[in-house]
Design a protein around this ligand. Structure first.
Ligand SMILES: Cc1cc2nc3c(=O)[nH]c(=O)nc-3n(C[C@H](O)[C@H](O)[C@H](O)COP(=O)(O)OP(=O)(O)OC[C@H]3O[C@@H](n4cnc5c(N)ncnc54)[C@H](O)[C@@H]3O)c2cc1C
Length: 555
């Protein structure tokens, strides 16, 4: 080949390759993440507001995000929520804990009594990803101020995490120059929900809140939902005319029940609901600020997994996260921070025992299979927790059902103006700690669809569910197939625990290479924070690491 031909070929091919790579990245971000939607959100709707009312059924995390975003699109937004307490000033303020004593077998512990009776997980440990913080910051101008007033910690999303015995974050840590890592928010659920309620109510005072239980949808002649029927606090039935109906009723998943009543009999496909049981049990230990806690951490001279010394303990959101390979261990642990300098711990797992005292917790930790990989600081931390046990509360959580509603399978039958998001669309194993970020990204997906289509458009609902599936489907599969690695899981009807063998094998290889492949740990960290598409887990450098691990396995 002549030199000039080679130069011409390179001049054409290199830019084409670069452009192609850029186009692929942009497509992957648009399709599998909600990052581009977040950039568009919060701005006025170009086509002017949609006439009519967006009716948000359920006023919790998903409903509050949906209401905030719909306020940019609709003339009127109404949130229908049955729980009377959510309408009180207390439900928009930092929590004040009422403590009660529980006697269990031969152990006694203190627990928190609260008024949020319809949210089972109100006192369970919650962890969040960087994308949730990005969303809160983008949507609420006063977020930093309000978060500060609620005592929430904003810190690098740095879980000091061991995935099957290998450290996750050194690469991301180095990439961002240490504490320059993208941040996340750390606070309990009973702080996050009132904080979000406060943010939404002050930023969009025009949103209306109605106390009531949604009991029916009325479908009009055009096949769309004409009105939502609710039973109010006095037991009276009321109708709200609806331009869009958003089911945010959480685990109750009321939308599917009401659709099956509102639509002609037997029109909905029977395979909409997919459900399995991971038998997930765990305890949350919740400590208010422990005096001198950060000084004690410093005195332990804990090294970072990459060998560096940790000096800025205040900026660490987690001290220890132990996420097991299902073939090795069913127990899981997490030691994290919460608001106002407190600490929360998770101990439990798949069909696991649930420790409720620090002595039981110590026994639980000592049973971990790869104990030699548990960092040395964990046992001295347990000593501190023992000393302050009298200040802690404990709550026990069980999750016996994970469910995904495949509304896209009914796209041709569903009313065009019905959508569902948050747990009412997909309730995942809480151990993966992704439900809140998923609720936020689902509401942002709705915002994106509203910027492209009118809810009058016949394809509105179908477009929403299609986009939502491409952003949440892999999250569901990832958690489900990891759960199928535990023999105690009851699989979904028609499936078996051998399903997902390849993703489990691939994941095992990824975990094994975490400490030797910067490409793998960076991809897992960014995908896990919902700021990069899962496609990154198939990048050439990642596949090369997996191949290397397959041919020359590490220990
Ligand atoms: C034990 C446990 C631990 C968890 N840990 C984490 C974690 O670490 N990180 C994380 O991100 N997520 C976690 N999650 C998941 C997270 O809590 C949920 O994903 C999140 O609450 C979903 O919000 P939502 O608004 O969809 O539903 P919910 O918060 O369940 O709210 C549903 C709302 O609908 C209302 N409602 C019910 N029926 C009706 C009706 N008929 N009409 C009108 N309103 C109705 C309810 O009163 C409630 O306000 C955990 C979940 C569990 C169970």
């Amino acid at each position: 080949m002549e030199f000039s031909t080679l130069v011409t070929a390179l001049l054409v091919l290199v830019p084409a390759w670069l452009l192609g790579k850029r186009a692929l990245r942009s497509w992957a971000m648009r399709t599998f993440t909600t990052v581009p939607d977040l950039h568009r959100a919060g701005t006025p709707r170009k086509a002017g507001r949609v006439a009519g009312t967006a009716v948000v059924c359920g006023g919790s995390i998903g409903g509050l995000f949906a209401a905030r975003l719909c306020a940019d699109h609709f003339e009127r937004v109404v949130v229908v929520e049955p729980e009377g307490w959510t309408f009180t000033p207390e439900a928009r303020a930092p929590p004040v804990d009422n403590i009660a004593e529980v006697v269990k077998d031969d152990a006694t512990y203190k627990t928190i009594k609260h008024k949020r009776t319809r949210v089972y997980q109100y006192t369970s440990i919650h962890g969040y990803q960087a994308f949730l913080l990005d969303t809160l910051r983008h949507l609420f101008a006063d977020f930093e101020e309000v978060a500060h007033a609620f005592g929430a910690l904003i810190a690098p999303a740095d879980p000091y995490a061991l995935l099957n015995g290998k450290y996750l974050w050194p690469t991301a840590w180095a990439q961002y120059g240490g504490t320059g890592l993208p941040s996340t928010i750390q606070c309990t659920r009973r702080t996050l929900e009132p904080m979000l309620r406060k943010l939404v109510s002050t930023s969009r005072p025009e949103i209306e809140y109605v106390q009531g239980t949604v009991t029916d949808y009325i479908v009009g002649d055009d096949g769309a939902i004409r009105a939502v029927v609710l039973r109010d606090a006095d037991g009276a039935s009321k109708e709200i005319e609806s331009a869009l109906v958003i089911d945010c009723t959480g685990v109750a998943q009321v939308g599917l029940k009401l659709l099956s009543r509102a639509l002609p009999p037997n029109t909905l496909p029977s395979n909409i609901r997919e459900q399995y049981n991971p038998q997930m049990n765990y305890s949350t230990f919740d400590f208010p600020a422990i005096p001198g806690f950060n000084d004690s951490l410093r005195a332990m001279n804990i090294l970072r997994p990459d060998g560096g010394e940790i000096t800025d303990w205040e900026k660490f959101s987690a001290f220890f996260v132990y996420h097991p390979d299902p073939t090795v261990e069913h127990r899981s642990l997490a030691f994290m921070r919460k608001e106002n300098g407190g600490v929360v711990l998770l101990a439990g797992g798949w069909a696991s025992e649930m420790p409720v005292t620090v002595d039981e917790l110590r026994e639980f930790v000592s049973k971990l299979k790869n104990l030699d990989r548990v960092p040395k600081h964990v046992f001295p931390l347990l000593d501190i927790f023992k000393e302050y046990e009298h200040t802690a509360t404990v709550s026990e959580s069980r999750c016996n059902s994970c469910s995904r509603l495949h509304y896209a399978r009914a796209a041709k039958i569903l009313p065009r103006n019905f959508i569902a998001l948050g747990d009412s669309h997909m309730r995942m194993n809480p151990r993966f700690g992704e439900g809140t970020t998923k609720a936020a990204l689902s509401a942002l997906t709705l915002d994106g669809v509203l910027r492209d289509l009118s809810p009058q458009d016949p394809s509105f609902g179908a477009t929403f569910f299609k986009r939502l599936d491409s952003r949440t489907g892999q999250v569901w599969d990832g958690a489900k197939y990891a759960d199928y690695g535990h023999v105690t899981t009851t699989p979904a009807p028609g499936e078996s625990l051998t399903d997902g063998k390849f993703p489990r094998w691939f994941n095992g290889k990824l975990y094994a290479t975490l400490e030797t492949s910067p490409a793998v740990s960076s991809a897992l960290w960014h995908v896990g924070q919902f700021i990069a598409p899962p496609l990154d887990l198939f990048a050439p450098a990642v596949l090369w690491a997996v191949l290397r691990e397959t041919v020359w396995p590490s220990s």
